[in-house]
Each structure stands twice: as structure tokens, then as C-alpha cells.
Design a binder for this molecule. Structure first.
Ligand code: 13P
Length: 249
């Protein structure tokens, strides 16, 4: 049995003040996360405060990116060493927005994943096809390649790695694949992961909300959700944790 993993990717939302406000409200609600793993990934500037204030709340803290070197003349970058130093547990790597707007490639993703795992950060590697690729019937091929070139060959413990399948056309659009279609992609990804595949959590991401999360996580090969917009609201995010925790499919 794979433990459900619920993650919130705040993208470029919430500075320090709003992060602290969210964390305090979350703690006041006394939401139990027992039985599920939960993390939130705020922007870099909020990480120090997030680690401090979410401590003991059941929510772990993640970063949204890192660079593969430990230190050096890399203006604007943040290393795994710095993230570990402040107590960050998770890191999201290869999100489609990083691939689209910042030119990240599968080869670069692989270097980041390798370094993060080496430094004992838990990794969520993101994969997913664009609308055009799906229409051309290339979704499976694209995701296959992202796993193959971005992950395969790296040594890791299955518990330290999660994959997020995020079809690009479903991100921030309110459009979602049919849960059974997402399930099909997840089972392809699991097969591609090889021997460790059975133990690796594969999250679905793309317009996950309180009203549809259950439909996704009830699928056999969907082991959680990576939530963007809907994770910014403390009530909504708490509701989704509760749904995951109490789920009966
Ligand atoms: P939305 O939930 O806003 O569609 O974003 C999904 C996502 O990109 C999570 O990483």
C-alpha cells in the first residue's frame, strides 16, 4: 500500500506575510494529517519562515526548484545544500512552467533530481504532455521520454521519490482528463519506473479541487495530488487533506 501524498505548489504566490498567515490559520484548524503525507512548496523567500511555522503541524515544506551545483558563480540560483540547511524536506523538479518559461530540459532535470536525492531531499519530478502533443497522439511517448531522460539510471530509494503526472493543458485551466485516462497514464509511468515502480508514489496534478480530488485518488495508480491554485486557500487545502485521509473508494 502506497501512502497518499498531497502536495501544494504555491508557484509565485504568497510572500512571507501571507505564508505565515496561512500557516497560523492551518494550525488553528487543527487538521490532522495522520495517514497521509502532506507538503507545501511556497516561494524561496518564504521557506525559512514556512519551515519554522509549519513545524509540528503535519505539513512538510518543499521548494519549487533548485540548482544542481552545491555552490558557485550561478547568479540567481539556490542549491540543495542551502535548502537542507534551512530544513526543507521536499523539492519539486521539472515542473512544466520551468520547462516552458525557463528552458529546462530533461537532461537538466536529471542533474537536479540526482543532486537533490544525493543530499537527502525528497523529490517530486513532474512530467506531462502539452495539448498539442496529446492531440497528435504523442502523450505517452512524451512522458516516457521525460522519465527515461530525466530519471532513469539514478540510484534512489523509492520512498524519496514521487512522480507528478501533470498534463500541461490541465494546469490552471479548470480542464482535467477523465480520471480513467489519467489512470492509464499513471500505469504507463509506473511500468516505465521498473522494479521500484510499485513503491513509488505517482501524484496527479492539474486543476485538482475539492470537488474532483476523490475521483483521481480513487484510481489504483494515482497515489495523491499536486495542487496549484486550490492549495492557496487554507480551507480548501484542509478539506482536500481531510478527503484524502478519510477516503473510501
Ligand atoms: P493547478 O492546480 O492550479 O491547475 O496547478 C497544478 C500544478 O501545476 C501543480 O504543480
Amino acid at each position: 500500500m502506497r501512502k497518499l501524498l498531497i502536495g501544494g505548489n504555491w508557484k509565485m504566490y504568497k510572500g512571507v506575510e501571507e505564508t505565515i498567515k496561512f500557516a497560523n490559520l492551518f494550525k488553528e484548524k487543527k487538521v490532522s494529517t495522520e495517514g497521509v503525507d502532506v507538503f507545501l512548496a511556497p516561494p524561496f523567500t518564504s521557506l525559512v519562515d514556512a519551515v519554522r511555522i509549519f513545524k509540528g503541524s503535519g505539513i512538510s515544506v518543499g521548494a519549487q526548484n533548485l540548482f544542481w551545483e552545491d555552490e558557485g558563480a550561478y547568479t540567481g540560483e539556490v542549491s540543495s545544500v542551502f535548502l537542507k540547511e534551512i530544513g526543507v524536506d521536499w523539492v519539486i523538479i521539472g515542473h512544466s512552467e520551468r520547462r516552458t518559461y525557463f528552458g529546462e530540459t530533461n537532461a537538466g532535470v536529471k542533474k537536479k533530481v540526482e543532486k537533490a536525492l544525493q543530499k537527502q531531499l525528497k523529490v517530486v519530478i513532474c512530467v506531462g504532455e502539452t495539448e498539442e502533443e496529446r492531440e497528435e497522439g504523442k502523450a505517452k511517448e512524451v512522458v516516457d521520454k521525460q522519465i527515461e531522460e530525466g530519471l532513469l539510471g539514478i540510484e534512489y530509494d523509492a520512498e524519496n521519490l514521487a512522480v507528478a503526472y501533470e498534463p500541461v493543458w490541465a494546469i490552471g485551466t479548470g480542464k482535467t482528463p477523465h480520471p480513467e485516462d489519467a489512470e492509464e497514464m499513471h500505469s504507463i509511468i509506473r511500468e516505465k519506473l521498473g522494479a521500484k515502480g510499485e513503491s513509488i508514489r505517482i501524484m496527479y496534478g492539474g486543476s485538482v479541487k475539492t470537488h474532483n480530488i476523490k475521483d483521481f485518488i480513487c484510481q489504483e495508480n494515482i497515489d495523491g495530488a499536486l495542487i496549484g491554485g486550490a492549495s492557496l486557500d487554507v480551507d480548501g487545502f484542509s478539506d482536500m487533506i481531510n478527503i484524502a485521509k478519510e477516503i473510501k473508494c
